[in-house]
Ligand binder design. Structure first.
Ligand SMILES: [Zn+2]
Ligand SMILES: [Zn+2]
Length: 164
């Protein structure tokens, strides 16, 4: 059942609202998944993150008219990936992959409705769990679970085993 997207543009931004972006929902994401890789775990200080990969034309900074460098710090921690964080509150907002020419945004930074739910969740709902081999906990849902990128790596079936 295809669900209709009521908005043509989704909005998100950092914790303090100084840095904002938009996503054009008419351009489907290249990838939309929960990532359990050890890089994301370290960089976000979280067991896993929700990442959405977008074509260049689907993502737009809406923080204007000040230059982006006035409001964000840019980090190149891993080759070719430029990560942007708000200068004021330190939130991760987006990253630009120079080699693959695509943006990544993190689902948790998207705007919420009055009930705290992400607006137009059907568009941004992840389809898979990737790099699931390095997960910190099992996720009991029906999404695909993969050693690496979805449909490009081995599926993961076995639950974590306790070391104790
Ligand atoms: Zn901020
Ligand atoms: Zn990751």
């Amino acid at each position: 059942m295809a669900s209709r997207i009521p908005h043509s543009t989704l909005h998100g931004g950092c914790f303090c609202k100084r840095v904002r972006y938009s996503i054009d929902v008419d351009i489907p994401p290249l990838l939309n998944a929960y990532c359990h890789c050890t890089r994301c775990q370290k960089l976000f200080g979280a067991p896993f993150i929700h990442t959405i990969h977008l074509r260049p034309e689907a993502f737009k900074w809406t923080t204007a008219p000040i230059p982006l460098s006035n409001v964000t710090d840019e980090y190149v921690v891993i080759n070719v990936k430029h990560r942007f964080r708000c200068k004021t509150c330190g939130s991760h907002i987006a990253s630009w992959n120079e080699a693959k020419q695509k943006w990544s945004v993190w689902g948790a930074t998207l705007d919420r409705d009055v009930n705290g739910r992400i607006i137009d969740w059907s568009f941004v709902k992840p389809t898979d769990h990737m790099f699931y081999g390095t997960r910190m906990l099992d996720i009991p849902d029906n999404l695909g679970k993969w050693e690496g990128y979805p449909n490009q790596s081995e599926p993961v079936h076995a639950p974590l085993t306790e070391d104790a």
